[in-house]
Design a protein around this ligand. Structure first.
Ligand SMILES: NC(=O)c1ccc[n+]([C@@H]2O[C@H](COP(=O)([O-])OP(=O)(O)OC[C@H]3O[C@@H](n4cnc5c(N)ncnc54)[C@H](O)[C@@H]3O)[C@@H](O)[C@H]2O)c1
Length: 255
């Protein structure tokens, strides 16, 4: 699908980091972008900057997501692109200091990262499949979700995060198969280490040391590089049902 005017997109987690970079990249190509996020101040600021819209949405709530898509569609029409970036990454071990992993934390991470992603996909694809196709292949829409290299090499303390992101990666193929008759493609990006507020909060020497662990290029990824892959996925009709690692060849060590 060609990016450009006449196409609209929804980006979850669009107030910050990879989502904000994606929103900027899509808007720069003429796409009308609606951001879903819980961070109202940052979300409104990005929306203003790119001439897009912001809706306060919690991806763990069906009601909130339903209202979010209704508001986005009223403003810009039904989205042909959905990018799922909303996510959280708290750390806890399976058992620590004689206590089991806090189950409410495990459930929350899965609720945001996995169920929240799938909720947005289910809602979005329901409307996308009713659109007219826009390419000779019959393409109607493109969905890109965000896993993590932790889906494959989760570190100590990342069990909840890795399980949630493994779920996002595993769901990619069956969702692509479910939507194949409707001309909606489904892809997932598994980023390595990217320069977003999550990592920029760490001391500089820790950031530098993390960057040096990346075989090549030996640095943290830039959010624009993630956004460029989203644009390439939307552009290339043969990309479907797969998770792409975007990680400079890093394989995470246990810690
Ligand atoms: N930065 C990295 O190195 C990295 C690596 C691998 C995967 N990821 C994944 O990329 C995605 C984006 O991460 P980021 O680094 O840009 O983080 P970030 O914290 O900068 O952005 C995440 C955004 O998601 C929003 N969010 C959180 N819970 C939400 C909810 N319930 N409903 C709606 N919005 C919610 C937050 O408010 C925030 O704006 C996440 O899924 C993260 O797990 C990031």
């Amino acid at each position: 699908m060609k990016l450009g005017e006449g196409i609209s997109a929804v980006v979850t987690g669009g107030a910050s980091g990879l989502g904000a970079a994606t929103a900027r990249r899509l808007a720069a190509s003429g796409v009308k972008v609606t951001l879903f996020d819980m961070n109202v101040e940052a979300g409104e600021a990005v929306a203003r900057e790119i001439g897009g819209a912001f809706v306060a949405v919690d991806v763990t709530s069906d009601d909130s997501v339903t209202k979010g898509f209704a508001a986005a569609r009223e403003r810009f029409g039904v989205e042909r692109i959905l990018v799922n970036c909303a996510g959280i990454a708290p750390v806890a071990k399976t058992t620590s200091r004689g206590e089991p992993h806090p189950m409410d934390m495990f459930e929350k991470v899965v609720a945001v990262n996995l169920v929240g992603t799938f909720r947005c996909i289910a809602h979005s694809s329901t409307a996308m499949t009713a659109l007219d196709p826009v390419t000779d292949d019959g393409e109607r829409g493109v969905i890109v979700s965000t896993a993590s290299v932790a889906a494959f090499d989760g570190q100590i303390g990342q069990v909840a995060y890795a399980a949630s992101k493994g779920g996002v990666a595993a769901a990619t193929l069956p969702i692509a198969r479910d939507l194949s008759k409707s001309g909606v493609r489904v892809m997932t990006i598994a980023p390595g280490l990217f320069e977003t507020p999550m990592l920029l909060g760490l001391p500089e020497e820790v950031q530098a040391s993390l960057g040096q662990q990346v075989p090549f290029p030996s640095r943290l990824g830039k959010p624009d590089e993630y956004a460029n892959l989203v644009a390439a996925i939307v552009d290339n009709p043969m990309l479907n049902g797969e998770t792409i690692r975007l990680d400079g060849a890093i394989r995470m060590a246990p810690r």
